[in-house]
Design a protein around this ligand. Structure first.
Ligand SMILES: [Ca+2]
Length: 549
């Protein structure tokens, strides 16, 4: 057992790096970053007018290595790997990018866990002499942008052929990256946003024992839970030790909100006409959602400790065959849930299997995430801004993304006869692969790829990902807020959030009555200035739609 858990921990770290990325927590309501852009005209002009420029020696960088023939150094302020035994500054994949670019790296790396605070301090001080800097968060409120510490990259698009063509092909991301002043400051890493997203999973062996097909309607789902509750699903002679469903409280909004027409994951949501509402203040649908969960709670189908049950507990239950339903990030499916089942033989038939979302009066969906990830900017203090811009451009090129996702042919991967790739024996050793520098998002703008993720999970899991992709809905877009907007949102949202969180628990557990206390809950939200926040979100959403036109 212990060995199994060790494996789980390693995989967790690997997959959180590969698939979940960092910083996105489940469940919370709206993020504070709204849509603050005016338009992308300035950026569009810069893209259109970009022309490759000669270096003093006559060399012209056109997007392929080298970026210069004159040499030079790129000082990089970023974070260490989240693997304590990996020195990312010595990783072959990372060094290869510098080597091909024709520049020497000078790493200024801060410990992974401390980067959010220490990196932020260094940037805010304005003393850094780094050329390229990883942004500790995505700078949602444009704090660094407004401080003038970063170069507007669109003014250097002559040196960024890869980035400009990527922007042209990605209008949503271009809109999201465009700051309030119409400039683009950062080159982003890219998350998987429509693949391997959180989903519902059923214990296939229990389903088969019950003679059931995976239920997709709420009513059938409840009947299945009751069956799991009342029968000796694990066959240990005790019909009462089954826990029908094991889902961390933060995933309940993902799991049940859509069946009630609500994106409780984003919190704020827009209808087809572009009208923005706050899902947690929907007096009809949110009330029905709470009624449903309260019903599950009363029936013992949602456990008493649902609000605090954690993933370790859930995995422990699965390893003991005690539970039939999970909801988690997709990677958990074959990497953390199925693999601990006592009878899992590597096939779908013995696994925790991802299924389509639950539907009620409304058709179900899964909430995906925004694709922009770790951002990199060029320091205003840099004495080689053009070189730094070229380096970032090269580092985000498709050529380099191939290194980030696969490493080098013959070393970390081979190409099969049918043209698909597979990791070598060494490449299948995660410790080795991390030291090799796979997915080096800590120091470079790396994009995740579906193909490279597919081979990390069980083949049946990759197949299910393809099936579930159609149900993924984009979350609330993540675009810069104006400072006035973020001041107001940051002033009011914490209290609103607290009211929502405590209200949800009280109504689900029955501590408060939906019949007599729900109106007061809605009134409390209104008294916390929800209307003003919603108005801001509406204005932001309108600008977002305009920018996409
Ligand atoms: Ca039993």
């Amino acid at each position: 057992m212990k060995k199994k858990f060790l494996t789980v921990t390693l995989l967790f770290t690997l997959i959180t790096g590969m698939i979940a990325g960092c910083g996105q927590s489940a469940g919370g309501a709206a993020s504070d970053s709204g849509t603050g852009l005016n338009n992308t005209e300035k950026v569009d002009d810069a893209i259109m007018n970009a022309t490759a420029v000669e270096d003093t020696d006559g060399y012209v960088y056109t997007g392929e290595a080298p970026i210069t023939k004159e040499g030079g150094t790129i000082k990089l302020l970023a974070q260490t790997s989240n693997y304590p035994n990996v020195d990312i500054s010595k990783a072959p994949i990372v060094l290869k990018v510098f080597e091909e670019a024709g520049v020497q790296p000078e790493f200024q790396l801060i410990e992974y866990d401390k980067y959010d605070t220490e990196g932020a301090e260094i940037i805010s001080s304005g003393d850094s002499d780094a050329d390229v800097i990883k942004i500790p968060d995505s700078d949602p409120n444009q704090v660094y942008i407004k401080s003038g510490h970063f170069v507007p990259l669109d003014e250097f698009f002559d040196y960024m052929p890869n980035f400009t063509s990527w922007l042209s092909e990605h209008p949503i991301e271009k809109a999201e990256l465009t700051a309030e002043d119409g400039h683009i400051y950062y080159v982003p890493g890219i998350n998987l946003a429509d693949d391997y997203q959180p989903c519902l999973m059923y214990n296939q062996v229990w389903l088969d024992k019950a003679g059931l097909k995976a239920p997709a309607a709420l009513d059938d789902f409840v009947e299945m839970l009751k069956y799991f509750r009342d029968n000796d699903m694990n066959g240990n002679g005790d019909p009462a030790d089954e826990i029908p469903m094991s889902v961390a409280g933060e995933f309940l909004p993902y799991m049940f909100g859509p069946a009630f027409g609500l994106d409780l994951v984003s919190g704020f949501q827009a209808d087809d006409q572009g009208n923005v509402t706050y899902a947690y203040a929907d007096s009809e649908n949110y009330k029905k959602y709470l009624e449903f969960l309260n019903g599950l709670y009363q029936e013992g189908l949602l456990e008493k400790d649902y609000a605090t049950v954690d993933r370790d507990t859930i995995i422990d239950r699965m390893s003991k065959d005690l539970t039939g339903v999970g909801f988690d990030y997709s990677w958990a499916m074959s990497m953390m849930y199925s693999n601990v089942l006592p009878y899992y033989d590597g096939t779908e038939a013995t696994a925790f299997v991802g299924v389509p979302p639950l539907s009620g009066e409304h058709e179900g969906f899964y909430v995906g995430r925004n694709s922009l990830s770790g951002m990199f900017g060029v320091n205003t203090n840099s004495d080689s801004i053009e070189l730094a811009a070229k380096f970032l451009d090269y580092a985000m090129s498709e050529h380099c993304q191939d290194y980030y996702q696969w490493g080098f042919e013959g070393e970390s991967y081979t190409v099969k006869e049918d043209g698909t790739r597979e990791y070598t024996e060494k490449g299948n050793d995660n410790d080795w692969l991390q030291q090799f520098g796979i997915n080096p998002a800590f120091v470079l703008p790396a994009a995740q790829s579906v193909e490279a993720t597919d081979i990390l999970v069980a083949p049946w899991h990759a197949k299910i990902n393809v099936e579930l992709r159609q149900y993924i809905k984009h979350p609330w877009p993540e675009i810069y807020a104006t400072s006035k907007e973020s001041d107001t949102v940051n002033l009011y949202m914490p209290d609103i959030q607290e009211q929502v969180d405590s209200g949800a628990v009280a109504f689900i557990t029955g501590e408060k009555s939906l019949d007599t206390d729900f109106d007061a809950y809605i009134e409390a939200l209104e008294s916390l200035n929800l209307a003003e926040v919603t108005e801001i979100k509406q204005a932001q959403y309108n600008r977002y739609l305009k920018a996409l036109e």
